[in-house]
Write a protein that binds this ligand. Structure first.
Ligand code: BES
Ligand code: ZN
Length: 960
């Protein structure tokens, strides 16, 4: 490892430059700070104060465009930052910084545009920056500078031109706020041993690096970063590359430590990271000498909470080295668990940051689900170290390839670390089916957008969608399977080699895969990789394949969940796809067929009596399947007689397809409901989870009307055998089942049994919780079952149970335990407790900001909490927008969570009203989610009108 790539010449030059400027920098830094201090009225967030006020200009100026011009190309940054972890005289936390960026001129220009957001830049003779030429070149003088707030630029107009081929240094000094806003360079706080600790950390993706230092903040603008961090003694500073020096120095009469880092590899700004903390770490070193460290709060490390992550990091890195056929590109790999973190994890190159629940595992209190989450998140982020970091997509319009890819291969890496889990199968639950759900709406969008369509930070943020992640993962899995894994991996490795340390577009990957295919003996596709994939990525949605086994006719149609939905978006491919269909006939796997037209006769699919056809074998394709009535009947009877003949993931897919075909009124709802009858004999996790989700949709539709009772009765009957099975194999709930996914199924059994009132269930959970309340120091509930038990006990209890849960939440030292309690507190049925909890959710003293939106989401999933949450969000929309900004990832989740139960015309009108009332404030990254909510609600209203009665009748007859 580590010997794959290096750029020694550049690094050496950079290191020298670095050393030379270090001293100057330190002095200047303290000057910046003092200047700021003496200003006394530091308006850090109002960076619009400019030396030369911009005269009103027509809006077509380069600084009004969100994309940088192609005139300059950055090479090196020398950055020194000094976060102050104590409040200053103005009651603020700040950082000061100095940056020198060396760029080469590519096209003659008299304008420098560089991103800078919310930074207070020091003026030099009235200018926001200083410019010098390199190697004897004289730089033109600066004519004027100002900050263009809207597009987040520092604009520098020059009196003369910069010349192509020549390089220049741009110097800036600045102050920024070290806010608790989870964006850019920010601060996080936590309690340890009764003491409040403050640390400084970063989150740059997608457009926040410009909030930490002025930079050419676009992914293709790669450069080498030379970083120095100044910090309190006793703290440790981390960044992307290995620390090479730490020196105790005195600056401005303050004893501090200066940590200098190796020049980084050539990389994008969004991957830059800093951490200044007093965290501890554990480490090991792999065969090639790559240092692997896991960092977290001292107590967490002392308790061994980092051990699991450390134990899987090596195997996962080794897996990816061999999968990509490329060494790990850096000399170290740090992974840090942070108390305040907006997303789940971030793939900063060499310094991956995580939410605590995504990295820390405590065998005493964490569930096996928590463990699985850690394995998949670590695998996902480490996959990015090559795909995304070493080779970066040129622009955010192709984000789907970066995130979709990592979301696909995370299963491969996790499977290597935990081979007994069968985790690869779970992609159908956590990606395929999730993607199907949003991609069957007319408000969906193609995976790949045109470059010109994605410009503003909010538009960029909106790219981080379920479509990018999950549909991306699903179509890449399909591609890998029809190419075969060796062909896919070979093409991938060549792609990485060609574009290492550079950037690419999605078709570059297609080209390499095609080459790899052409070289594979005996392999052929009916169309090129490019032609096949264009249909999956340039048009939204996916097909439903209909197989008529009486004739062998196979046809495709764009699947939309709303029966008469009108698709406004045009597709150059007319919503037709090239579909690889793997299939089985009566338990035997057949040759794959390709459907290349709207419909075709495929003789082998015409079957004789008693035979059945099952298409999308192992769910390798991103499409749904429908059959003629006779074949459905034969599949149902196969499920009834011997379900094991059908692969486990296909059993799950039959359920999911049937329910969704019924929602789209393509098949009868009673046919879909009949797919759940065999569940009395099902013991596998994936089909049960799929069933639960389909039925959950029913819960959402019916938990406030008369169907509910009959639905409950039916489910109770279906889950009873599963509950008894687990009671037996776990010696009456005292032992843990052996299999990894059996432990998940056990949770389903318990939660569904208690939820539907299976005799004996609630008594068990109640008694466990009571025992815990009596002796809070000893929690008798197995970690796997805690979420369910807590939720049931708090739902059945009153203020005492709630307050006990709240106390335990506040005391929790393991993040995974805190989440279980936080979710369970939303289960109470007491309105005033729910309302108070909503208030708590936006009070950062009570609930961390990172957890606000998910807490509201938990409350909204409770039938009593839903209207309360909806009113609360409507009333506070402005506040949310201000606190979370326009770029935040969580808006879309918030909107879809609070509206997921909507299914009446009244609710639809409220939704539309909400959209209208807040048109001015806007919905930021939640814009699409709102559109989806409206569409989903519309579809549900129509569906309910036609299906409520037959559903009620079916449940009544089946639960008798
Ligand atoms: N690059 C993302 C993190 C991210 C998400 C940054 C949104 C900015 C906006 C990271 O690789 C990621 O995908 N994280 C996931 C977890 C992952 C296991 C799916 C996340 O944060 O949810
Ligand atoms: Zn990712």
């Amino acid at each position: 490892m580590g010997k794959g790539y290096y750029i020694s010449k550049h690094l050496a030059t950079a290191a020298m430059i670095l050393a030379a400027i270090a001293l100057v920098t330190i002095i200047a830094l303290s000057v910046v700070y003092n200047r700021e201090k003496s200003k006394n009225t530091a308006k850090l967030t109002n960076a619009t104060t400019s030396a030369v006020p911009p005269t009103p200009k027509p809006s077509n100026e380069p600084w009004d465009k969100y994309r940088l011009p192609d005139t300059l190309s950055p090479q090196y940054y020398n950055i020194t930052l000094w976060p102050r972890l104590v409040m200053d005289a103005n009651g603020m936390y700040i950082f000061t910084g100095i940056s020198d960026v060396m760029f080469t001129c590519v096209k003659k220009t008299d304008l420098i545009l560089i991103h800078s957001n919310k930074l207070n830049l020091t003026l030099f003779n009235g200018r926001h920056a200083k410019l010098t030429g390199m190697s004897g070149v004289t730089a033109p003088a600066i004519k004027s500078t100002w900050l263009q707030t809207q597009t987040q630029y520092l604009v520098i107009q020059l009196k003369g031109k910069l010349n192509p081929g020549k390089s220049y240094w741009l110097h800036t000094e600045f102050t920024g706020e070290l806010a608790d806003d989870l964006e850019g360079f920010y601060r996080s706080e936590y309690m340890e041993d009764g003491e409040k600790k403050i640390i400084a950390i970063t989150q740059m993706q997608a457009t926040y690096a410009r909030k930490a230092f002025p930079c050419f903040d676009e992914p293709a603008m790669k450069a080498v970063f030379n970083i120095i961090l100044i910090h309190d003694r006793g703290m440790t500073a981390l960044s992307n590359s290995q620390e090479i020096r730490t020196e105790d120095v005195i600056i401005d009469e303050m004893p501090v430590t200066r940590t200098t880092f190796e020049p980084t590899a050539r990389m994008s700004t969004y991957l830059v990271a800093f951490v200044v903390s007093d965290f501890s770490y554990i480490n090991n070193e792999d065969k090639a000498g790559v240092l692997v460290r896991i960092w977290a709060r001292k107590k967490a490390i002392d308790d061994g909470q980092g051990d699991y992550a450390l134990s899987i990091t090596q195997p996962i890195l080794e897996f990816f080295e061999s999968y990509y056929n490329t060494s790990y590109p850096l000399s170290k790999s740090d992974q840090v668990a942070l108390p305040d973190f907006n997303s789940g994890a971030m793939e900063n190159w060499g310094l991956v940051t995580y939410r605590e629940t995504a990295l820390l595992y405590d065998p005493q209190t964490s569930a096996n689900g928590n463990k699985q989450r850690i394995a998949t998140v670590v695998s996902h982020e480490l996959a990015h170290m090559w795909f995304g970091n070493l080779v970066t997509l040129k622009w955010w319009n192709d984000l789907w390839l970066n995130e979709g890819f990592a979301s696909y291969v995370e299963y491969l890496g996790a499977d290597h670390a935990e081979p007994t889990w069968n985790i690869k199968d779970q992609i159908i639950l956590y990606d395929m089916q999730r993607a199907f759900a949003v991609d069957s709406l007319t408000s969906s969008h193609p995976l790949s957008r045109k470059e010109e369509e994605v410009n503003t930070p909010a538009e960029i943020s909106e790219m981080f969608s379920t479509i990018s992640y999950s549909k991306g993962a699903a179509v890449l899995k399909m591609l890998s399977e029809f190419l075969t894994e060796p062909v896919f991996a070979k093409g991938l490795s060549n792609y990485l080699k060609q574009f290492a340390f550079g950037s690419s577009v999605h078709s570059d990957l297609w080209d390499h895969l095609q080459k790899s295919l052409d070289q594979a003996p005996g392999m052929k596709l009916p169309r090129s990789v490019h032609e096949i994939m264009s249909r999956w990525i340039l048009q939204m949605g996916f097909p439903v394949i209909t197989i008529d086994t009486r004739t062998g006719n196979v046809s495709q149609k764009h699947f939309l969940v709303e029966k008469d939905a009108v698709v406004e978006r045009n597709s150059e491919f007319n919503y037709e796809w090239f579909v690889p269909i793997k299939w089985m006939k009566k338990g035997q796997v057949q040759d794959q067929m390709w459907l290349l037209q709207k419909s075709a006769i495929h003789k082998p699919m015409k079957v004789s009596k008693g035979e059945w056809v099952l298409a999308n074998h192992n769910v390798s394709g991103y499409f749904r399947v429908n059959y003629d009535h006779g074949n459905w009947e034969r599949l149902l009877s196969q499920l009834e007689t011997n379900h094991q003949t059908i692969p486990v993931v296909n059993r799950a897919q039959i359920l999911d397809d049937a329910f969704n075909l019924a929602r789209a009124s393509i098949i009868n709802i009673t046919l879909a409901l009949r797919t759940t009858k065999y569940l009395v004999r099902e013991r596998e996790y994936i089909p049960w989870e799929a069933a639960l989700r389909s039925l959950n949709y029913f819960f959402q539709l019916f938990d406030r009307n008369e169907v509910y009772g009959a639905l409950q009765a039916y489910l109770k009957k279906q889950v009873k055998p599963l509950f008894e099975h687990f009671g037996t194999i776990s010696s009456n709930w005292t032992k843990v089942p052996n299999g990894h996914t059996d432990q998940f199924t056990q949770i389903i059994a318990l939660s569904l049994a208690c939820g539907t009132g299976v005799e004996g269930c609630r008594e068990i959970t109640k008694s466990w919780f009571k025992k815990w309340m009596q002796n809070p120091r000893v929690n008798p509930i197995h970690p796997n079952l805690r979420s369910t038990v807590y939720c049931n006990a708090i739902a059945a209890g009153g203020a005492d149970e709630w307050n006990f849960g709240w106390q335990m939440f506040q005391k929790a030292t393991v993040a995974a335990e805190a989440v279980k309690l936080r979710a369970a507190l939303a289960c109470t049925k007491v309105p005033w407790l729910l309302n108070r909890y909503l208030e708590y959710s936006i009070n950062p003293e009570k609930i961390r900001k990172q957890d606000a939106t998910s807490t509201i989401g938990y409350i909204a999933s409770n039938v009593i909490g839903q209207p309360l949450a909806w009113n609360f969000v409507r009333a506070n929309w402005d506040y949310f927008f201000k606190v979370y900004g326009t770029g935040s990832f969580t808006f879309s989740r918030l909107i879809s969570d609070i509206t997921s139960k909507f299914c009446t015309p009244f609710e639809l009108s409220q939704l539309k009203r909400f959209q209208k009332d807040n048109a001015e404030t806007g919905f930021g990254s939640g814009t699409q989610a709102l559109q989806q909510a409206i569409e989903r609600t519309t579809a549900k209203i129509k569906w309910l009108a036609e299906n409520k009665e037959p559903v009620l009748q079916w449940f009544i007859s089946e639960s008798a």
